[in-house]
Design a protein around this ligand. Sequence first.
Ligand code: TXA
Ligand code: MG
Length: 334
Amino acid sequence: MNSQSASDGDIERAAALLRDGKLVAFPTETVYGLGADATNDEAVTSIYTAKGRPSTNPLIVHVASFESLLTCVDLSDPKTSKRIAADLHALSPLWPGPLSVVVPRASHISPVVSAGGTSVALRIPRHPIALNLLEVCGRPVAAPSANPSNYISPTTAEHVRKGLGDRVAYVLDGGPCEVGIESTVVSLIDETPVILRPGAITKDDLEGALGRPVRVNTTGENSASTARLSPGMLAKHYSPHTPVVLMSSISPSTQLPTRTGVITFSSSTPISFTPTEKRVISERGDLAEVAARLFAALQELDEATLDVIVVDTCEPIGLGAAIMDRLIRAACTS
Ligand code: TXA
Ligand code: MG
């Protein structure tokens, strides 16, 4: 559904704005990104301002090709450079795609991207409009999800306009995002790769490509130092304004408020109450469909003045791990 609705003229205009230090929202296969020239300190700073994002939460830098990705990595440390270069080559068949790698940052990338650290997260997105924009722009583009900090990530151009309004100079419309949840973030800084955020590229995919075990930094293991390392690991995140409750945590005897909405992952999911609003986001529990439609359904029900949104759950395996990661954070009350 990556309908390339943006024309060449739209992409030229967006690329010119980026080179001029302005903010441009663009579609990727995961979610929409809020982009700025990653080599321009001031432009990158304006991303944090527009999102209300804490300056301690680093950004992902997007590039159009593996060659460009390599130019953003500092491979000068003789102790780690060989291993990191080999890991990047081993992962290269997964790009373009929903994978971000954390590596040492090359000096031409703004340190503002790294929130004071020395590493940078890099990825080559798979959406044709994103790739076209990055090529025409000719610069690496820093882009977090194009939502106000802590709100649900946008999967349509309309979500971006609603969330950020005139804080963004231009929004490129590429239709609804195909994957629908944010990229997998894996750190290659230490010998053992660590998944900092699960996504559509799974632990198995990474272990298959790298040929060695990969560690998962789960919510349960979330320590203060991990939270600083990747604030996406903080418990409360990605949440609608309406309280979210997981279906697995209620029973037929649970007293629910009058205006209760529900999101199910299959038309056969049993519901023990009468909902005010109901969205079935996949007929047969297809997790790719669930991921693609989850954030739009949450946003839609968040606009329906409900007291609570009850959301279906799935096994936290493969793509299910990424879906449950987002839902547990959305349902978190702390
Ligand atoms: O799919 C995606 O990744 C989307 C699209 C636009 O590419 N972007 C996105 O960005 O989700 P954002 O900023 O919402 O999430 C970036 C995540 C955060 O959890 C951040 O803490 C982590 O990546 N991250 C970025 N740079 C890092 C670094 N140097 N070290 C550790 N974690 C980092
Ligand atoms: Mg985000």
